[in-house]
Design a protein around this ligand. Structure first.
Ligand code: OGA
Ligand code: MN
Length: 283
């Protein structure tokens, strides 16, 4: 359905569809399980249809920054430098600096006890240069490992910690109330797609250490796996255009921002996330 065109040898597909309402949701779910990354150009049409699509894929996730800082439930986060009133945050604005935390490889919400299933992003204003989002498959990374390494890694648990990852960018990047709302969580290092049985690594910037291991030994493993997973030939770079709708599977993909010049360009994208099925340790 929707004429899927593959985008990379390992994952990713582009679909043609006239509108969000015309999407075949059952088929979309299968494409997510199989391709992990779905790009549908030209159909972003505002928050209402975006939220309806989100709900058709599951339960929306409350955006963690608003929740942590203000205790308010909001379904949308804004990616980029354009505020609600249309004004722009430039390179030296602290929120622009904090958002560069997204330029480290990560999986959205891996720092939550129930991490995200998919992120859904609609692009409205995009820079003429830069601002790509890069993606890499932790499923193909798993498949490239030697069987002996797979056996060694499979039982491990990683501690994911938002304060650990975000304070790398700036010591004040996480407000006290926000930090208190996101204590470190335990996640499986190796996950399995419940529909297909396909396994994948589950790492990224929020993964601080391996449970029961020293910090140094943990970093050796996690940094080495991350480097291998995200080597250039395994990366799909998505160049955003206004109207794009992109869905990615956070269970098995890593992504990061490539960065852009916020003094020269506007970047305005809206994002929702669908909650995962439960804690990864119970999968
Ligand atoms: C995201 C994200 C990085 C970027 O949208 O979840 O991490 O700037 N984006 O493209
Ligand atoms: Mn992200």
């Amino acid at each position: 359905m929707h004429n899927p065109t593959p985008l990379h040898a390992e994952f990713g597909v582009r679909l043609e569809c006239p509108s969000i309402e015309a999407l075949d949701i059952a088929a979309l779910r299968q494409l997510i399980d199989r391709y992990s990354f779905i790009h549908i150009p030209g159909i972003a049409s505002g928050d209402e249809t975006h939220l309806a699509l989100t709900r058709s894929l599951g339960e929306p996730e409350a955006e963690h920054v608003r929740l942590g800082r203000e205790g308010k439930v909001a379904w949308f986060g804004t990616v980029g430098n354009v505020r609600e009133d249309g004004t722009v945050r430039r390179n030296d604005h602290k929120e622009t600096v904090y958002q560069t935390g997204n330029n480290m490889w990560h999986s959205d919400s891996s720092f939550r006890a129930v991490p995200s299933f998919v992120s859904i992003t609609c692009a409205y204003e995009t820079p003429d240069e830069g601002g790509e989002t890069l993606f890499a498959s932790q499923r193909s990374a798993w498949n490239r490992l030697a069987a002996s390494d797979q056996t060694r890694l499979e039982p491990l648990v990683a501690i994911h910690d938002y304060v650990y990852s975000r304070t790398k960018v700036h010591p004040d990047a996480v407000m006290a109330t926000h930090a208190a709302s996101l204590p470190p969580v335990r996640q499986r290092l190796v996950r399995r797609n419940p529909q297909t049985g396909a396994k994948n690594l589950y790492i990224g910037s929020h993964a601080r250490e391996v449970e029961g291991w020293s910090f140094e030994k943990s970093r050796d493993l996690l940094d080495g796996l991350l480097e291998e997973t995200t080597a250039d030939e395994h990366v799909l770079a998505h160049r955003w255009r206004p109207g794009d709708l992109v869905i990615w599977d956070n269970r098995c993909l890593l992504h990061r921002g490539a960065g852009f010049d916020a003094d020269r360009y506007r970047r305005y994208m809206r994002q929702t996330r669908v909650k995962g099925a439960g804690p990864t340790l119970e999968e």
